[in-house]
Ligand binder design. Structure first.
Ligand code: ADP
Ligand code: ZN
Ligand code: MG
Length: 482
């Protein structure tokens, strides 16, 4: 008979901080660039070069720590983690082992049984390694040090998660918080956020944790979910056979849907950590912490409460438009400029998100101004343009070029013809040109009116209010019935 198991998961999450320069030198952190163009003696590990800490890295690490309810270590320092690997030119990584910058925090997620706190053991700062590029044709390996020295924070959770859903909720919470702080874009698929997932299972009711494995190479939420499911099943099968789970690091192959061992605990390296003698301790004063606290943004949860009170929008809308700081800014700006909140929210949730997808654009890259969106909303409200035209104006003028929609509408002669004399002329023409449809409508086939409406809209080149057209057509039909 198969037993019941509880799943235990703890995460180690690496986040690349978006500072302009690297953690210990002035080189650019920009992604891409020709190989080995963002390097200097420090990040190339040249003997005799000396690291100088980038204060902005500490600012960002502390801001993440404060946002995740951590204690800030007042006397923090860096340690050397020694190992040899070709992408690591110093033969050690500068990291924090003994005195990480933040400790004992937590974030609150919504789980099955309601709100749940996931504890954070620590957050430490470290430098990223370079990248090895293997040429399968020549069998040569190249090394690119552009990423070497890019600042990272590693957020280590306690083993508090009990399902894949909780893991995803935790990661989403971290991502949302860090994006609101503008500390990283947190993209799993580009490696600016990377999660190593530690998984063990134990018999339901047992007090002790089972042996865990650590899974690496997870670059999407979907991969994380599948990997957890797969690993839990693998461990169950082992225990059911009466065997023991081996503590090891495993690599998940998302294409094949399988994992395989990378290294076991037996061949775990001794990193011979010791305090880095080239860097002075980081002393964090009360003033420094207060300065960072004062700059913390309003986070999503706080914003949601305020939006509900101020604008009375549906929860779904609020969740969508607070999904990124940028969308919230545009929303508030447009409403501030006098546009109706629900209408603004609709433009953001429907057309903006559709175009973002089409142009493969993240919200933080949106460049249209709230004022121009507000103007567009007002143009529709004043019945100067209809919805179909508004979509075109939004895309071509506002979304792509951040142009004044009033000007675009005037330049392209898009204003609705409110002159009902002209409209009546066209409707007369439509009845002439669509005799069959008119007859059908008169015989009770209401659907046939579509052809008449279509004719009118085409003649008017869309510059009329469809509601008005429908009304005039209905009136004319009634007149003919009698
Ligand atoms: P190490 O010292 O080997 O790095 P840690 O105790 O620091 O191990 O834990 C590393 C990660 O593994 C943490 O995120 C922690 O929550 C998680 N973890 C520890 N024990 C377990 C376990 N039995 N099952 C699942 N995750 C665990
Ligand atoms: Zn450098
Ligand atoms: Mg550890």
């Amino acid at each position: 008979m198969s037993r019941e198991y509880e799943v235990i998961i703890g995460l180690e999450v690496h986040v690349e901080l978006n500072t302009k320069t690297k953690i210990f030198c002035g080189c650019s952190t920009e992604f891409g660039g020709a190989p080995n163009t963002h390097v200097c003696p420090v990040c190339a590990g040249m003997p005799g070069s000396l690291p100088v800490l980038n204060k902005e890295v500490v600012n960002k690490a502390i801001s993440v720590g404060l946002a995740t309810n951590c204690e800030i270590t007042r006397n923090s320092k860096f340690d050397r983690k020694n190992y040899f690997y070709p992408d690591n030119p110093q033969n050690y990584q500068i990291s924090q082992l003994y005195y990480p910058i933040c400790r004992n925090g937590h974030v609150t997620i919504s789980a099955k049984g309601g709100a749940k706190d996931i504890r954070i053991h620590e957050i430490h700062m470290e430098e990223d390694a370079g990248k090895l590029i293997h040429d399968p044709v020549t069998d040569d390996t190249y090394v690119d040090f552009n990423r070497s020295g890019v600042p990272l924070i590693e957020i280590v959770s306690e083993p508090d998660m009990r399902s894949a859903d909780e893991v995803i909720a935790y990661l989403e919470k971290l991502r949302e918080t860090i994006q609101y702080l503008d500390a990283s874009d947190c993209k799993l698929n580009e490696g600016s956020m990377r999660a190593d997932v530690n998984i063990s299972i134990r018999e339901m009711g047992s007090e002790e944790f089972g042996t865990r494995t650590e899974s690496k190479n997870l670059n999407s939420f979907k991969a994380i979910r599948r990997c957890i499911e797969n690993e839990v099943n693998r461990q169950k099968e082992i225990l059911e056979k009466g065997e023991k789970v081996v503590q090891e690091t495993r690599r998940w192959d998302d294409l094949k849907g399988i994992s395989y061992p990378m290294r076991s605990k037996e061949d775990a390296q001794d990193y011979r950590y010791f305090p880095d003698p080239d860097l002075v301790p980081i002393i964090v004063s009360d003033e420094w912490i207060e300065e960072i606290k004062a700059k913390q943004p309003e986070f999503k949860d706080e914003k949601k409460v305020r939006y509900k009170e101020m604008y009375g929008l549906p929860d779904y809308d609020i969740d969508q438009i607070t999904g990124s700081k940028k969308l919230g800014e545009i929303f508030e700006g447009a409403v501030g400029a006098g546009a109706d909140p629900k209408k603004v929210s609709n433009w953001l949730m429907v057309e903006t998100m559709r175009l973002m997808k089409e142009h493969n654009l993240d919200a933080d890259k949106l460049k249209f101004s709230a004022v121009n969106l507000a103007k567009l909303v007002k143009l529709v409200e004043a019945k100067k343009i209809n919805n179909a035209v508004a979509k075109e104006v939004f895309e071509k003028a506002v979304f792509l070029d951040d142009m004044d929609p009033d000007k675009y509408v005037a330049d392209n002669n898009l204003v609705m013809k409110t002159d009902s004399g002209a409209l009546e002329e066209v409707i007369k023409k439509a009845f002439e040109a669509n005799k069959k449809a008119v007859e059908d409508v008169l015989n009770g086939k209401g659907k046939a009116a579509g052809a008449i409406v279509g004719f009118v809209m085409k003649e008017m080149k869309g510059k009329c209010d469809p509601a008005e057209v429908n009304k005039l057509i209905a009136t004319e039909i009634e007149r003919r019935k009698n």
